[in-house]
Design a protein around this ligand. Structure first.
Ligand code: SAM
Length: 261
């Protein structure tokens, strides 16, 4: 691995987020399954299988806020199973070394371990070190359940735009706004009572999970976020579900994509 490239400044939202993920890292996968009843797996499968990287053949990917490597593993499995492709690479980037450490451990059990197909890097999505993450160098940039934890969404998008090749794809999977009022009420009940409770029981850490729920509420709605993606220079589909974004489960989660022009 290449852990520890840079230290992230303290006293910022980043350090708070770092603490949150430090405290949940070892239980993160278990908590994900418990809090979403396993559904995050389906969303991630859909996310990866619908990605359109803009060109065929082995591609170079960067998975930012990649945590324990859920998306990276799916990208590599998808390339291998669908296209017999063992040359696609994924660089997993995260601000938190403990999350990366869990990912590294997990990849040890896979055929990708010790191959150039996967690598782990500690860095901030908002300022990827340009000497390491060069301009115009990736075909695909993914970020799943990560961008809402970042202090500045425009800074993340700007970096995504910078590192992608022209024609490369930005793809984000994130919790979003539920539009149906009944579903929305049920979802509020679930997330404000059940998730912090599960956090207490499974990870002994109510506050971290409370933070995660609140961060979901503060994140911009589908059309607002699509506008931010366009402001960063990306071309997106039309401003509706099935265009710039695709809702999952009525907007509980949502996939946004954009192409670097
Ligand atoms: N993508 C993984 C997944 O879908 O399972 C992990 C998602 S996890 C909810 C969010 C991740 O974002 C954490 O691993 C956290 O450390 C990371 N993160 C938060 N702020 C970040 C930042 N500014 N730069 C890079 N990673 C960040």
């Amino acid at each position: 691995t290449s852990f520890g490239f840079r230290t992230v400044p303290e006293d910022t939202k980043e350090s708070l987020v770092k603490d949150v993920f430090d405290s949940v890292a070892s239980k993160y996968d278990l908590m994900n399954d418990a809090s979403s009843l396993g559904v995050h797996r389906l969303w991630k499968d859909t996310f990866v299988s619908t990605l359109r990287p803009g060109r065929k053949g082995p591609i170079r990917c960067i998975d930012v806020a990649g945590g324990t490597g859920d998306i990276a593993l799916r990208i590599l499995d998808h390339a291998r199973e669908e296209y017999a492709d063992r040359e696609t690479t994924v660089e997993v980037v995260d601000i938190n070394a403990q999350m990366l450490g869990e990912g590294f451990k997990r990849f040890k059990k896979t055929m990708y371990h010790n191959t150039p197909q996967v690598s782990f890097h500690e860095a901030n999505a908002q300022e990827l070190p340009p000497s390491q993450f060069r301009d115009n160098s990736y075909d695909l940039y993914t970020i799943a359940f990560g961008i809402r934890n970042c202090t500045s969404i425009p800074a993340v998008l700007k970096e995504a735009y910078r590192v992608l090749k022209p024609g490369g794809t930005f793809a984000c999977l994130e919790f979003s706004k539920v539009n149906n009022p009944l579903l929305s009420t049920l979802y509020d009940q679930y997330s404000f009572s059940v998730i912090p409770l599960l956090g207490t029981i499974l990870a002994g850490d109510r506050d971290s999970y409370q933070y995660l729920v609140e961060s979901i509420r503060k994140f911009p709605c589908q059309s607002e976020f699509a506008g931010m993606i366009r402001d960063a220079g990306f071309a997106t589909g039309g401003d509706h579900d099935g265009g710039a974004w695709t809702d999952q489960w009525g907007g509980v989660a949502c996939i946004h994509t954009g192409v670097k022009v």
